[in-house]
Design a protein around this ligand. Structure first.
Ligand code: ADP
Ligand code: MG
Length: 366
């Protein structure tokens, strides 16, 4: 109970101090599923323990236990609503004119798409965020006019594809530009939407278009859903605009070296490089480094005005609890560790003596 109270207090403090440029890292552990192969070498028990709402312990075998601390750890029995609760404040700030970026990171099969897009009757982050924005729009209706629109693109082999083109439209060559209003992709389709029904239809179109290259290609491309929100004050005409990027990242898994075609190799290298650059960018921001290597990949160029500095970012690590996925789960958690604020820069009030910030503790069980 005390741990819970402390956790809630810490969450409040974190929300209050959720300053510009901050990066929150949360981890979601999916349930064990029947597709998780249970061979003789593996076991049916989870390799992840969640002793408190912000700690996860990776125990891949009897001899090793690695403790990871994040802003929040969401367990296998918690639903989409709990994940959304962690992001509500960020969605609010989009309506206030901030740029926000949510990155869903993990290997294929760990729950990125489920967490971001959900499934019918089980809304994911994107639909929950949109519903929240439409709710906010109705609440402020008398004073402000709120416009919501969206684009969906895919970055595949460092090339941008518009996923909202009409069937008969030719894919144009899209480039990233820095306009007066921030990063732009001239020519990209941006669809206005008035409510959830339209929003669902647009997201469905994006999903269908991503699927066209086959499921294999989908795991080796990044999908970026961007929601644009413009608020105009009815009497003063003062306008604020913010955008929310939701990024279903390419699978973070390392593929076995042999038996890959050259096309595959190219895809794998492109994914590996862009995820590495993303990690470097996040780390540079957390360390308040003077050089942030945004320019090194299309993805980070696209997100340049929405990560760090005057914006807010959330990294959602998705993890499988199955023992056959131990090494991928471990590298996902390590990515999250890299994305956390370095020690000394952590906010006051967010530490307690029992917590081991940034320390992957290894202990041997005798
Ligand atoms: P990814 O996009 O990372 O490859 P998916 O989101 O497609 O992974 O998830 C793989 C499978 O696991 C899907 O069938 C999905 O519905 C299921 N799944 C993932 N996370 C959860 C969860 N938290 N609760 C229930 N099912 C989940
Ligand atoms: Mg997916």
């Amino acid at each position: 109970l005390l741990a819970q109270a402390n956790h809630e207090k810490r969450m409040l403090i974190n929300q209050l101090l959720d300053l510009k440029g901050s990066i929150r890292v949360i981890c979601r552990v999916r349930p064990m599923m029947s597709s998780d192969a249970l061979t003789a070498a593996t076991s049916s028990s989870s390799i992840l323990e969640i002793p408190s709402p912000d700690t996860v312990i990776l125990a891949p075998d009897r001899t090793e236990r690695i403790v990871y601390d994040f802003d929040r750890v969401i367990g296998p029995s918690e639903g989409q609503e709990e994940v959304f609760n962690e992001a509500k404040g960020l969605v609010d700030s989009v309506a206030e004119g901030y740029n926000v970026c949510m990155l869903f990171f993990g290997p294929t099969g760990s729950g990125k798409t489920y967490t971001m897009a959900g499934r019918p009757g089980d809304l994911g982050m994107a639909a929950n965020a949109l519903a929240h924005l439409f709710r906010l729009a109705r609440e402020v209706d008398s004073k402000q006019q709120v416009r919501v629109s969206a684009s969906i693109l895919e970055i595949h082999n460092e090339q941008i594809n518009d996923l909202l083109l009409a069937q008969n439209q030719q894919q144009p060559k899209l480039e990233i530009k820095e306009g007066s209003a921030g990063v732009e992709v001239p020519g990209l389709t941006i669809k206005p939407m008035a409510g959830m029904q339209e929003a669902e239809a647009i997201m469905q179109r994006g999903r269908a278009a991503r699927g066209r290259g086959g499921p294999e290609e989908a795991t080796r491309s990044h999908l970026v859903l961007t929601i644009y929100v413009t608020c105009t004050h009815r009497s003063t005409e003062a306008t604020s605009s913010g955008k929310l990027h939701l990024v279903d990242l390419a699978g973070s898994e390392r593929l076995a070296k042999g038996a890959v075609t050259s096309e595959r190799t190219k895809e794998v290298q492109a994914v590996h490089k862009s995820l590495t650059v993303l990690g470097d960018v996040i780390q540079a921001i957390q360390q308040k480094s003077s050089h942030v290597p945004f320019r090194n990949s299309k993805l980070t160029r696209l997100l340049e005005d929405s990560i760090g500095f005057n914006s807010r970012t959330m990294v959602v690590l998705t993890c499988s609890p199955a023992s056959e996925d131990a090494s991928e789960t471990r590298s996902t958690l390590e990515f999250g560790l890299k994305a956390r604020k370095p020690e000394g820069l952590t906010r006051q009030g967010s530490t307690s003596p029992k917590r081991h910030f940034l320390k992957a503790l290894r202990s041997t069980n005798e």
